[in-house]
Design a protein around this ligand. Structure first.
Ligand code: CTP
Length: 402
């Protein structure tokens, strides 16, 4: 079945012992695994363990005559269909983010042209440090794929994010990544926005809406299932990101605009599933507003329409799909938005009392495109998302062949 090459890079954290189980699971899935280790990883687990489990010699040094003889570092990078760094320490992540290459692992990551998966493992305070988060954001933008970290009790006794994702989750992520070559959106780049935005009123308050992000996340899952390479730009939600998905977290409509406009030109499809605030205080209010007055008037300014801006691209315009949430005159408003914003498709749903839509697990959609429409019955959002993705793939192919 799958016989892809995985180059597993093990760095020095207590979770290194879990990498042994990972090699066993990957090989069970018929992956061919070669292991390289940092110096500090060898303090936690011996190269011999990995040699026995992988059936290959283990790389530990960059410029070692004997090791280069077995397979040189550039050949190793070429051999790999994917590099997996697990566990990845904060130090490793910092090195990757800055392009350092002072040992075998960092050199291989820099030399790799295949997808690089990173499973971080570190103390929760180290993970939460701004500098680590900046490194992660930068690597995310460069196309690195993060798996985890998970939350829970840590080896140091603290609780929080920073535990390495469990080996079965990492293995499943890779299996799914390599088995998606057959879907309707195989190899297509799909950009999806999801969730609400938060518009700051002052440093401690914001305006938001009831969007849970469930529809956008379900669409991301369905697009991944259909073989797409997915980037999800998400407002603040309480959902676990899908496997095999590049995620860019944002808060405000302005940040979402910036992130979407940066990624959209390389995308085949853009689906605007986010409930973007239409108005924002546009606040540059450095201090908390005090309750000195009996009334407070907030001045709100219209936000930039992300969807309309993507649809207006003159070059590299993705197939652009919008959402419309309506309490009345659904067909009229939806068709109006389709035309006004120059969209390829719009998915409209009823919102309000006793309707599906926001913050529910189920929804129904009325989908319109130029010259056609389709009703997608009330069902759970993951099922609905699969149907909508199928329809998008169909209409996009029709558009590209006419
Ligand atoms: N949208 C956007 N940028 C905004 C506002 C909305 O990209 N600043 C997108 C949403 O992601 C969604 C669609 O536009 O795909 C919704 O259209 P919109 O005209 O905002 O609908 P409503 O908010 O329902 O507007 P109205 O109140 O005028 O019906």
């Amino acid at each position: 079945m799958i016989s892809k090459h995985i180059l597993l890079a093990v760095s020095g954290g207590i979770a290194a012992y879990k990498a042994a189980e990972l090699v066993r699971l990957l090989r069970k899935q018929a992956f061919d695994v070669r292991v390289v280790m940092t110096k500090s990883a060898q303090a936690f687990i011996s190269p011999l363990t990995f040699q026995a489990l992988s059936g290959h010699p283990v790389g530990t040094q960059l410029l070692d005559e004997n090791q280069e003889h077995v397979m040189g570092h550039i050949n190793l990078a070429r051999w790999a269909d994917s590099v997996l760094v697990a566990p990845a320490t904060a130090n490793c992540i910092a090195k990757f983010s800055h392009g350092l290459s002072d040992d075998l692992v960092s050199t291989l990551v820099l030399a790799a042209t295949c997808p690089v998966f990173v499973a971080p493992a570190m103390n929760q305070a180290m993970w939460n440090k701004a500098v680590t988060q900046e490194n992660v954001t930068r690597l995310n933008r460069d196309g690195f794929r993060f798996i985890g970290p998970a939350t829970g009790e840590q080896a140091c006794g603290e609780i929080g994010y920073g535990r390495m994702a469990e080996p079965p989750v990492i293995c499943e992520t890779l299996s799914q990544f390599f088995s998606r070559e057959e879907g309707e959106l195989s190899g297509k780049k799909v950009l999806i926005s999801a969730g609400p935005t938060r518009e700051p009123i002052d440093p401690v308050r914001f305006i938001t809406n009831r969007s849970s992000g469930k529809m956008g996340f379900a669409l991301a899952e369905a697009a991944i299932e259909a073989g797409a390479i997915v980037t999800l730009v998400s407002g603040p939600v309480a959902l676990a990101p899908p496997l095999n998905c590049r995620i860019i977290n944002v808060e405000s409509a302005a940040q979402m605009h910036e992130a979407v406009i940066a990624v959209a030109p390389g995308s085949d499809v853009y689906i605007g599933a986010a409930a973007v605030a239409d108005y924002s205080p546009n606040a540059n209010q450095p201090e908390k507003i005090k309750k000195n007055e009996t009334t407070l008037i907030l001045e709100l300014f219209k936000t930039r329409d992300i969807l309309a801006d993507v649809a207006a691209f003159q070059e590299q315009r993705p197939f652009t799909v919008g959402f419309a949430a309506e309490t009345h005159d659904l067909e009229r408003y939806a068709k109006d938005k389709l035309a006004k914003k120059n969209l390829d498709m719009i998915a409209a749903n009823w919102v309000g009392k006793d309707q599906g839509g926001f913050d529910r697990d189920q929804n129904a959609l009325q989908v319109y495109w130029k010259g056609g429409e389709k009703h997608l019955e009330m069902t759970d959002k993951s099922q609905l998302a699969r149907q909508l993705i199928k329809l998008i793939a169909e209409k996009m192919n029709e558009k590209n062949t006419t």
